[in-house]
Design a protein around this ligand. Structure first.
Ligand code: SF4
Length: 344
C-alpha cells in the first residue's frame, strides 16, 4: 500500500490535470468549488461539467450567494446538465450550509453526508480533496483502477462490496496527502487506466498490477448485463400565438425534470396516450418525433404543432415566450423538441 501511494503521488505531481475547480499544486482547495464540481460530476463527464461550473462560479462565487439565489435561477442555469434533482438538492444544501453552518462547509464526512445531495462518495471526496482528510472516496475512475490492480473478477454491482472494503483500507489508512492521493487515482483512471485501451506502459502501478499480469485488464471491472430499459411514449406540443411566441410550461416541482421549463406535453406512458380531445378546437399538425433516453427508460415524444392559437389563455405554470428564447432554460429532451419544431 505504501508503495502504491508513493507511485501514485509521484505520478500525480508530474501529471495532474488542470481543472477549473482545482487549486494550484500545494495550494488550499476551496470547499465550495470542490462540492459544486463533485455534485455536477455525478453521472456527468468532466467536459460537460466545465462550462456549467464556470457559469455557476461566475454568477455565484460562494455558497452564500448560491443559497440566496431563487431556485428557478439555479434550475435555469442547470438546464442541459441533466439529473435535475441534483440542482434542487444543490440549492437546498447551499441554504443549509449558509443557515446551519454559517456558510462554512463541515470537514467531517458524516456531517457532510447529512446534507442534501451528498452521498457516501461525494462526502468522502469533499473530506479528502477539500480538507485533506483520510476519507474513502470511490468514483468510476478509482473503481476501475482498483478492480484492475487487485484483479477483482467478480462483476459489478456485486464487486462494489470488495471494492469498497479495499477503498476503505487504502484511503482511510493514509494520512499523507490524502486529498492528492484520491485525485491522483482519479486522474490515473481518467487518463492512463482508461476503460478502453489502458496505457499500461505509462502507468506507475504497472509493476504490481494483477490485472495487467492477467493479460486482459481491459475486461475489468466486469459488469452484469443490464436489463433492457422500458419505453414510454407521449405527445409534445408547439403552440404558437401567431406573434412569434410559443407556449411553455413550468413542470411540477416533484418527479422527473421537476421544476424545469418545458414545452407542454401529454403524460408519458407505456402505450401511446390518446390525445384526440386535445386537437378538437385547433387542428394538430404532426411534426415527427423526438427520441430521448433517461436513466431508467427510453422516451418517444410525438410532435404536434398548433399554429396561431388565440383562444388559449395561459393557466398557472404556462407562459408565452419569444420562440428564439424558449429553449434557453429547458432540459435536453425539450431542446431536442424545440429543434424539431424550429427546423420545419
Ligand atoms: S497497469 Fe494497466 S491495468 Fe493496471 S492500473 Fe495501470 S493502466 Fe490500469
Amino acid at each position: 500500500m505504501d508503495d502504491m501511494r508513493r507511485y501514485v503521488l509521484d505520478w500525480y505531481d508530474a501529471n495532474r490535470r488542470v481543472l477549473p475547480w482545482r487549486a494550484a499544486a500545494g495550494a488550499r482547495m476551496d470547499p465550495y468549488r470542490v462540492w459544486l464540481s463533485e455534485v455536477m460530476l455525478q453521472q456527468t463527464t468532466v467536459a460537460a461539467v466545465i462550462p456549467y461550473f464556470l457559469k455557476f462560479t461566475e454568477k455565484w462565487p460562494d455558497v452564500n450567494s448560491l443559497a440566496a439565489a431563487p431556485l428557478d435561477d439555479v434550475l435555469r442555469e442547470w438546464a442541459g446538465l441533466g439529473y435535475y434533482a441534483r440542482a434542487r438538492n444543490l440549492h437546498r444544501c447551499a441554504q443549509m450550509v449558509a443557515d446551519l453552518h454559517n456558510g462554512i462547509f463541515p470537514a467531517d464526512k458524516d456531517t457532510l453526508q447529512s446534507l442534501p445531495g451528498i452521498g457516501d462518495y461525494t462526502a468522502g471526496a469533499i473530506a479528502a480533496i477539500a480538507f485533506d482528510r483520510p476519507a474513502a472516496a470511490m468514483d468510476g475512475n478509482i473503481e476501475r483502477v482498483l478492480a484492475r490492480v487487485f484483479n477483482i473478477s467478480e462483476p459489478l454491482p456485486g464487486a462494489k462490496k470488495p471494492l469498497r472494503a479495499l477503498a476503505k483500507t487504502i484511503f482511510e489508512g493514509n494520512s499523507y496527502r490524502p486529498g492528492d492521493f484520491v485525485q491522483g487515482l482519479m486522474d490515473l483512471g481518467a487518463t492512463v487506466c482508461t476503460p478502453r485501451g489502458p496505457k499500461c506502459g505509462l502507468c506507475p502501478l504497472a509493476q504490481g498490477c494483477e490485472g495487467r499480469k492477467s493479460g486482459a485488464p481491459e475486461s475489468l471491472p466486469r459488469r452484469t448485463p443490464k436489463a433492457e430499459k422500458p419505453s414510454r411514449y407521449g405527445h409534445v406540443y408547439w403552440i404558437t400565438d401567431g406573434q412569434g411566441r410559443v407556449l411553455i410550461q413550468k413542470r411540477e416541482d416533484r418527479g422527473l425534470l421537476g421544476g424545469m421549463m418545458g414545452l407542454p406535453t401529454s403524460e408519458w406512458k407505456a402505450e401511446i396516450p390518446d390525445h384526440s380531445a386535445f386537437g378538437k378546437e385547433n387542428p394538430l399538425i404532426s411534426e415527427g418525433k423526438v427520441l430521448h433516453t433517461f436513466t431508467h427508460f427510453h422516451l418517444t415524444l410525438f410532435g404536434h404543432r398548433i399554429d396561431a392559437v388565440n383562444t388559449i389563455i395561459p393557466m398557472k405554470g404556462f407562459s408565452w415566450v419569444a420562440e428564439q428564447d424558449c429553449a434557453a432554460a429547458m432540459p435536453s429532451v425539450f431542446r431536442k423538441a424545440v429543434r424539431l419544431f424550429r427546423a420545419r
